[in-house]
Ligand binder design. Structure first.
Ligand code: SAM
Ligand code: SF4
Length: 336
């Protein structure tokens, strides 16, 4: 294991933001094809381009050594990568020490098989994406998913003692009439809920403008049905939070289009190729795997340092008929 308790200086970008959070896309592949995320006929990376789990672990541990306190594994669907548990176990050893938290975002299809092992490896919380609890609608959104399988996975994760946050992308005319019911279900089940505005990342088969639902509108609707109290907790992340009165449930809103969140950004993203993107909405990146292969950990450290100097001030997401995707990369490449 790479030394992570070094006293190396923390990573600070050109705008004075300290980097505390690393997201790792462990695979760009997925067993679903959510319409807002992927085209039906997606081309995935050839296997030889994919960094090994060992390389991803070494890179992630360098970030931990430089003050990153939280790592989220995502994708693509992280649980479709063979042996991903090895990476979870390795990074999990830092939890409670150099790492405050290791967590994962998953579509839940394979949770029944993996929930207990994830908990044993050090995970305490999971984000599970669930855009609808209606079987037909879920199948439509994901193009072929089985919601019963996901709900069963969520139950398995809860039984294993993992706290669950549901991620729901708010889609105009698709699931907007189900958002209040989803929040009610989360309250009943003891889950948190995060609502997300659809972001213009990568080409998909539909025009995202047709599906864009501002969360300002959603929040006004929810206020008529729930007593929502602002929770001032700052995670350094993009979400703003509310407590659902009388419950343990926290509602998060991620609204990059209607409310920019970049000033307090504390995160960077590592792709399955080993590239570091310092902003979800820009194409600038550094090839950390190449640096590691060519010059070992010293070159890796220098490449990380260099990447940080170019972290942009903010993304420039816009959604409209004349706007294409902000970047060609899909969310699955950078790890949502
Ligand atoms: N497959 C896993 C899942 O679905 O949870 C992890 C990867 S997925 C890319 C991570 C999150 O990004 C999911 O909650 C998904 O709904 C969200 N997402 C994907 N594409 C998006 C987009 N274009 N705009 C907003 N959210 C998106
Ligand atoms: Fe797969 Fe997650 Fe994208 Fe859906 S949102 S296609 S589950 S990566």
């Amino acid at each position: 294991m790479i030394e992570t308790s070094s006293t190396a200086a923390p990573l600070i970008d050109g705008f004075g933001r300290t980097i505390r959070y690393l997201r790792v896309s462990v695979t760009d592949r997925c067993d679903l094809r959510c319409r807002y995320c992927m085209a039906e006929q997606m081309t995935f990376l050839p296997r030889e381009k994919i960094a090994t789990l060992e390389e991803l672990a070494i890179i992630a541990e360098r970030f931990v050594a430089r003050g990153v306190r939280k790592v989220r594994l995502s994708g693509g669907e992280p649980l479709v990568r063979r042996d991903v548990l090895q990476l979870v176990q390795r990074l999990g050893r830092h939890v409670g020490g150099a790492l405050d938290e290791l967590t994962m975002t998953t579509n839940g299809t394979r949770l029944r098989d993996h929930a207990a092992a994830l908990r044993d490896a050090g995970l305490r919380r999971l984000n599970v994406s669930l855009d609808s609890r209606d079987p037909d609608r879920f199948r439509h959104i994901t193009r072929h998913g089985d919601v019963a399988q996901v709900l069963d996975g969520i139950a398995a994760a809860r039984d294993a003692g993992l706290a669950i946050k549901i991620n729901m992308v708010a889609l105009k005319g698709v699931n907007e009439d189900e958002i209040a019911a989803m929040l009610g279900w989360c309250v009943a089940e003891g889950h948190d809920l995060t609502l997300i505005e659809t972001m213009p990342l990568g080409a998909v088969d539909e025009d995202r403008t047709d599906r864009f639902l501002p969360l300002t509108v959603v929040k006004e609707r929810l206020d008529t049905q729930f007593a929502l109290e602002r929770d001032a907790a700052q995670t350094g992340g993009p979400a703003r939070y509310w407590r659902v009165d009388g419950s343990a449930t926290r509602l998060g809103l991620i609204s990059p289009l209607t409310q920019n969140f970049c000033d307090g950004c504390n995160r960077v993203r590592l792709t399955t190729e080993g590239r570091l993107y310092t902003c979800l909405g820009h194409d600038d990146h550094r090839d950390l795997r190449a640096a590691l292969r060519e010059g070992g950990v010293t070159a890796l450290d220098a490449a990380i340092e260099d990447a940080l100097t170019t972290k942009p001030r903010r993304h420039n997401f816009r959604i409209g008929r004349d706007e294409g995707p902000a970047v060609a990369r899909h969310m699955s490449v950078t790890g949502g």
